[in-house]
Design a binder for this molecule. Structure first.
Ligand code: SAJ
Length: 431
């Protein structure tokens, strides 16, 4: 089969490589000419080694081609981003990809959209693109086959995570199922277009709401002096309870965005979803409030060092990163700030840990990268100006840091680790 993949980013490239490794002839196109040129030279962006290796192997094999335009094929897989602008889905990349496809697509060929879109979008956009190209919509097969690969485990999830394929008609869905069955090992569930679109969005919405619950419980626990991490872990022993982990906020290009697609479609039926967004969005501000209560108001000299710039552990992606939002808020208030992250894009961070920690008044652990595990509190203590640790991920052994002379505040751990004044007052009023 000849498969055309549009968008060669973190979803499109591994998809193209996997399809090529299954024996298909794959023609990949990305709107970024620099990326196309890099790929042709065999340079693959990204940190997940198995993805880079497979992509290089397939480029070398001659079964994965990088083209300067959209070729005609038996199937077109659209893997372009759908960001959010002012809390509304920005569909311009999907529209551009479909305009390219509409020019070359022939009857009975299959268009598969993997990009996350609000329910009702796939059919509408394909119809518009076909009309604009002066073609009839009906003879083309259309499916929505949402990507659901977890950054950090892309290739495994692409191969093994079960898939939803929604078709405009049952025949379209079957054509989509056959396409994906030819290169993934996962179970494939077939449904209609709108249900597939909805399922993808509610998966990420479920995660956002669940994390919001964990964050709310963390703040509640600080007030009543209970360790939320322990409490959640105990509650999760129950076979029907699965609460996620608190943190400094929710980042990445999916989970903070997708719930807004539902809220945008129907603001009145999405109160819980919108409230959860607000809870998660205010977390960076709360971390900044903790900084101020621990080190004092900014005075032009006070400095805060943030460990981690990525949106989550062990990935280099910094999109919507809560850690960078914490930095932004601190900068706005007038603190001096430094960010150190050995995993994320080096352009955004200090290259040298000692340099980042020099003269600092508080260390904020924002991302639980494995690389931070071995940080020695005694060594850190010799580099900083004031020994204050704010651990947003329950990452470090608090006793070890306290023994090294640090005042330690752990998100959701209450006064068991550090007597925050507001909590002490609250304790008095409770007793
Ligand atoms: N986070 C928490 N607490 C947790 C788990 C995560 O605060 O218990 C935070 C992370 O630190 C991060 C954010 O949430 O800032 C999102 O991370 P994530 O690992 O939950 O999700 P993503 O965005 O990396 O990937 C999600 C996945 N969706 C689901 O698991 C339902 C992935 O399968 C999707 O393919 C991806 O979104 C996407 O592209 O939509």
């Amino acid at each position: 089969m000849n498969i055309v993949v549009l968008g060669l980013g973190y979803v499109g490239l591994p998809t193209a490589a996997l399809a090529a490794s299954a024996g298909h002839e794959v023609f990949g196109y990305d709107a970024d000419p620099a990326m196309r040129e890099e790929l042709r030279r065999g340079f693959v962006r990204g940190r997940e080694q198995d993805v880079c290796d497979l992509a290089k192997e397939m480029l070398d094999s001659g079964r994965l081609h990088v083209t300067d335009g959209v070729e005609s094929g038996d199937a077109y897989i659209v893997c372009v981003p759908t960001p959010s602008v002012h809390d509304r889905p920005d569909l311009r990349y999907v529209n551009a990809a479909l305009a390219d496809v509409a020019k070359v697509v022939q009857p009975d060929q299959l268009i598969a959209i993997e990009s996350t879109v609000p329910p009702g979008t796939t059919e509408r956009l394909v119809r518009q693109a076909m009309r604009a190209a002066g073609k009839s919509f009906m003879p083309v097969r259309v499916v929505h086959a949402p990507e659901r690969i977890l950054p950090g485990a892309i290739l495994r999830e692409l191969r093994e995570n079960y898939r939803i394929v929604g078709g405009r008609t049952p025949e379209d869905a079957e054509a989509g199922r056959a396409l994906y069955a030819s290169f993934v090992d996962a179970r494939i569930h077939v449904t209609d277009l709108r249900t597939a679109e909805f399922v993808k969005v509610i998966e990420n919405t479920y995660r956002d709401v669940n994390i919001a619950l964990a964050n709310e419980l963390a703040l509640f626990c600080e007030e009543i002096d209970i360790d939320v991490w322990n409490a959640i872990s105990l509650a999760n022993n129950h076979p029907r309870v699965n609460i996620m982990q608190p943190g400094p906020g929710v980042g990445g290009h999916c989970i903070p965005i997708d719930p807004q697609f539902l809220a945008d479609l129907n603001p009145f039926a999405t109160e819980l979803i919108q409230a959860s967004r607000r809870v998660n969005e205010r977390m960076p501000r709360l971390i900044v409030r903790r900084v101020t209560s621990l080190v004092g108001e900014p005075d032009g000299d006070r400095k805060v060092t943030i460990l981690g710039a990525s949106y989550k552990a062990n990935v280099d992606d910094t999109r919507e990163s809560p850690s960078l939002r914490v930095r932004e808020l601190l900068d706005e208030l007038g603190y001096r700030t430094a960010v150190y992250d050995p995993v994320a894009n080096p352009a955004l961070t200090h290259h040298d840990l000692a340099d980042a920690l020099h003269d600092t008044d508080a260390v904020v652990l924002a991302v639980d990268h494995d690389a931070f595990r071995t940080l020695d509190p005694f060594t850190v203590g010799t580099l900083v100006r004031s020994r204050v640790l704010i651990d947003c991920r329950n990452f470090y052994d608090k006793t070890a840091w306290k023994n090294a002379g640090f005042d330690v505040y752990g998100l959701g751990r209450g006064t068991q680790t550090f007597p925050v004044p507001a909590t002490a007052e609250r304790q008095q009023s409770l007793s």
